[in-house]
Write a protein that binds this ligand. Structure first.
Ligand SMILES: CC(C)(COP(=O)(O)OP(=O)(O)OC[C@H]1O[C@@H](n2cnc3c(N)ncnc32)[C@H](O)[C@@H]1OP(=O)(O)O)[C@@H](O)C(=O)NCCC(=O)NCCS
Length: 343
């Protein structure tokens, strides 16, 4: 297999890359959240000081059969290399995935990285949340020496949620969070909330259950936030935020839902965080209900809302259960020192 770096500015090459990215991600899955082409293209073409994002194409007789992606965080987690190997379904089990993983390991080591991490579809879940069959990706990760150090469950909620359910959940939560007020905005974050929002983004990794993953808190500042907003705009994504503030105006909790213009039926729940010291007031439920009301009003064509939670994140899963989310996929968070990758 001949491996060459993707020139993301070249439309023809990008189309070849996207074809493998999309078919490999969708294969064998009913609920893949593979990005639309304009979204992925914009992500590759928007500059960032928070991470690098490079990709390689693997060709046999000129035709692209595999792709590899390497992302390196630049402001925090500077030992990490985020790896993704993708092989077109009709070209699998011929060693191309392993070759690409070896190439990514070498590239990551060349830029000084020591620790690999991969988020990988682990298999479909049945209605009871049981794994139907372990995915090729999970088997591949185990074969090349990665270790599953945390497990996420991908859940899905059919939209619209009935307004009566939202009303009753909001009414149930309201007496518990009477000393807080909910505020909302759509990107860009209003100037007066930027510092607080950066602090919440930094707290996120420290507060979510990570299992045995090595992942340090992210570092956010004004510039990173503006870059992230610019990237979302370029991708055609709109972020809606509901946050909770105390009487003195301090923001102590937030929930994010994204709408994708290029895939308008599908919405994504990103962060949901209540800072320690402010938990137990049903703010998680209240914010999610408020944001659902908001996005259902603004995006009436939304048909499904996707979220990922660590399997052991009982409080978040309990909130999601109340709203009607159902488990659809297992997602493994795999990690290992690069020197131990046997690709
Ligand atoms: C995972 C993926 C990249 C593997 O590509 P591939 O070219 O088939 O992988 P390889 O042929 O190099 O397989 C290497 C080893 O992984 C294991 N493996 C890969 N696919 C497997 C499967 N379907 N069942 C069991 N083992 C499997 C085997 O041990 C295999 O070695 P072997 O064929 O000598 O037994 C491909 O299935 C894919 O694109 N999946 C979707 C994206 C994904 O999950 N990527 C992983 C993120 S790093």
């Amino acid at each position: 297999m001949h491996i060459s770096e993707l020139d993301a500015a070249d439309d023809t090459e990008f189309d070849e890359f996207y074809e493998v990215y999309d078919t490999a991600n969708r294969h064998g899955r009913c609920h893949s959240t593979s990005w639309a082409k304009p979204e992925l293209r914009a992500a590759y073409r928007t500059p960032s000081t928070a991470h690098t994002r490079r990709a390689w194409l693997g060709r046999i007789d000129g035709a692209v059969v595999a792709a590899g992606v390497l992302e390196t965080p630049l402001r925090d987690n500077t030992e990490l290399a985020e790896l993704d190997c993708l092989v077109a379904p009709e070209h699998r089990r011929r060693g191309y995935g392993r070759l690409m993983a070896g190439h990514l390991r070498d590239q990551a080591q060349r830029v000084g990285r020591t620790l690999a991490i991969s988020w990988v579809f682990g298999g479909e879940l049945d209605v009871a949340g049981q794994l139907v069959e372990t995915s090729p990706g999970a088997r591949f990760c185990a074969a090349i020496g990665l270790q599953e150090r945390n497990t996420d469950v991908h859940r899905m909620l059919d939209l619209p949620v009935h307004p009566e359910l939202l009303d009753s959940l909001a009414a149930e939560a309201a007496p518990h969070h009477a000393q807080y007020w909910l505020i909302s905005w759509t990107d860009p974050c209003p100037d007066q909330h930027r510092a607080a929002y950066c602090a919440l983004k930094e707290a996120m990794i420290a507060e979510v259950p990570l299992g045995d993953l090595q992942f340090e808190p992210e570092r956010w500042d004004e510039q990173r936030m503006r870059e992230a907003e610019a990237e979302l705009i370029a991708m055609g994504r709109t972020r809606h935020v509901v946050a909770a503030a105390t009487g003195d105006g301090s923001i102590v909790a937030h929930n994010e839902v994204l709408h994708a213009a290029h895939d308008p039926g599908r919405l994504y729940n990103w962060d949901t965080l209540v800072l320690p010291g402010h938990r137990g007031h049903r703010l998680g439920l209240a914010m999610k209900v408020a944001n659902l009301r908001r996005v259902q009003r603004l995006h009436p064509h939304g048909r499904e809302l996707h979220t990922h939670n660590a399997a052991q994140n009982a409080p978040m899963v309990a909130v999601n259960d109340r709203l009607g989310f159902r488990p659809v996929e297992r997602v493994g968070e795999w990690q290992v020192e690069l020197t131990m990758l046997v690709a």
